[in-house]
Write a protein that binds this ligand. Structure first.
Ligand code: MN
Length: 201
């Protein structure tokens, strides 16, 4: 049972003009595909772990043979993070969350606009390659955290709600070095209906 290469839930030009097709083709069909192929080619040589899910490959990483731990961590993390990121985007009607997620944002940050500001600043501040997450703890309290490289939040006591990829490959072809513009426009291609379902309070 190999780790699947999940198709985008929209066409490659489906997020234009905020994200050009050229970026999405490279990002999904080259970068993500490489992570998927790498995990699967490692596991081919270790069939005893072939039934591990993506989450297990990350959470049980230290139980894997030492010689493949780092490669599995990075590549399985790359698959998990990209599946999450591509999965919460889309051209959807709703411009901001509603219901309990909106309430939780207002509690944690003051308002949706203040949340956007805080999230954008955190994402602008990722040094090098990594991600910015909106996460919830077990009580439903939201916070914003950064992770480097292809680390995930799975080992942390949080459930991920929202994720932006700020590796340069996510925006450089279109936005060059102006990450702030990518982050600003990215808020217009979030599918809040999908994101709300991840906040189960
Ligand atoms: Mn990426």
């Amino acid at each position: 049972m190999a780790i699947p290469f999940i198709p985008l839930p929209y066409p490659y030009d489906g997020l234009e003009p905020q994200l050009e097709a050229e970026i999405l083709i490279l990002h999904h069909n080259k970068h993500l595909k490489k992570y998927v192929d790498s995990v699967n080619s490692i596991l081919e040589k270790y069939p005893e772990f072939e039934d591990y899910t993506l989450e297990e490959l990350i959470l049980l990483n230290l139980t894997l043979p030492e010689e493949i731990q780092e490669a599995v961590w990075n590549n399985a993390g790359g698959v998990y993070n990209h599946n999450f990121y591509f999965g919460i985007m889309g051209k959807c009607d709703k411009k901001q969350p509603e219901g309990n997620l909106l309430k939780a944002m207002e509690e944690a940050f003051g308002s949706f606009e203040e949340f956007k500001k805080a999230f954008s600043m955190k994402a602008a501040g990722v040094f090098g390659s990594g991600y910015t997450w909106l996460v919830t703890d077990e009580a439903g309290k939201l916070s914003i955290i950064n992770t480097p490289n292809q680390d995930t939040v799975l080992p942390l006591p949080f459930t991920p709600i929202l994720l932006i990829d700020v590796w340069e490959h996510a925006y450089y072809l279109q936005y060059k070095n102006v990450r702030a513009d990518y982050i600003k426009n990215w808020f217009d291609i979030i599918c809040w209906d999908v994101v709300e379902k991840k906040y189960m309070f």
